[in-house]
Write a protein that binds this ligand. Structure first.
Ligand code: NAP
Length: 245
């Protein structure tokens, strides 16, 4: 067990993050997952990882809270004594809104989680990741599409994630750490209903060239590939997982 690499997945209790945790456990990683408030789902995902042979630890930690981020990395150090890779998956859309009707509070909440929290996790990870380590940021196709009429505030936060990924990849290369992003399109998770649009996928399916939404496991496969040595010469990449959207 001691030679298993350790992966930290933010927002790993549900959705894409949970799919990453489960797949990583099956591929030989030990896993730490954070969650915001849904302890039951996080415990369920951690139990699934353990059933697949991994050591797993679920931590309640708001990624937008710098003290919680510091405490998370301290717990990883204390429990595992190493960290080999980070998946910055935790993300929120905030409510549906045009930019004109959006509020400062929406922008602040979404950017605190999706950008400031992600940057804080990158900083903390870079302090401990060994050569050969990797970071994968879960961005969104919204960064390129723009989120018009739904959530420009969210799309703009993911644009920041894309730019951070490109810049950080260049900085981290010197220490042998690769940094990439996955840009999911419309993936079947609870995110859409949480934003007040439970029918969003069926409404937008006509905009997807492959004519279907994606599964969380399909996004997780791309994340696991970018984490793996199979992607050893890939850094600064933004990989759409979007059925062509
Ligand atoms: P989801 O089903 O809503 O799950 C979100 C996960 O993130 C949950 O585990 C949640 O914890 C956690 N989380 C939320 N805010 C957090 C915070 N402040 N601190 C720590 N954890 C937090 O979302 P998803 O669809 O899997 O999305 C995952 C990522 O993919 C996000 O970055 C999202 O922007 C991106 N994405 C999703 C889609 C899509 O179509 N679904 C498309 C493009 C990009 P709790 O369980 O405790 O609430």
């Amino acid at each position: 067990m001691a030679d298993r690499k350790v992966l930290l997945v933010t927002g790993g209790g549900r959705g894409i993050g949970a799919a990453v945790v489960r797949l990583a456990a099956a591929r030989g990683w030990d896993v730490v997952l954070t969650y915001a408030g849904n302890a039951a789902r996080a415990a369920e995902t951690a139990a699934a990882a353990e059933a697949a042979g991994a050591r797993a630890l679920a931590i309640q930690a708001d990624v937008g809270d710098p003290q919680a981020v510091a405490a998370t990395f301290a717990q990883v150090r204390d429990r595992f004594g190493r960290l080999d890779a980070l998946v910055n998956n935790a993300g929120i859309t905030g409510p549906t809104s045009t930019l004109r009707e959006s509020t400062d509070a929406m922008w602040e909440t979404v950017f605190r989680t999706n950008v400031f929290g992600l940057a804080a996790c990158c900083r903390a990870a870079l302090a401990v990741l060994p050569p050969g380590g990797a970071i994968v940021n879960v961005s969104s196709r919204a960064a390129a599409i723009g989120g018009a009429g739904e959530w420009v505030h969210y799309a703009a936060s993911k644009g920041a994630v894309d730019t951070l990924t490109i810049g950080l990849a260049k900085e981290a290369a010197a220490q042998g750490v690769r940094v990439n992003a996955v840009n999911p399109g419309l993936i079947e998770t609870e995110l859409h209903a949480a934003a007040g649009m439970p029918d969003r996928l069926s409404r937008l399916v006509g905009s997807i060239p492959m004519a279907r939404g994606g599964q969380p496991e399909e996004a997780a496969e791309a994340v696991l590939w970018l984490l793996s040595d199979a992607a050893s010469y890939v850094t600064g990449a933004l990989l759409p997982v979007s059925g062509g959207r």
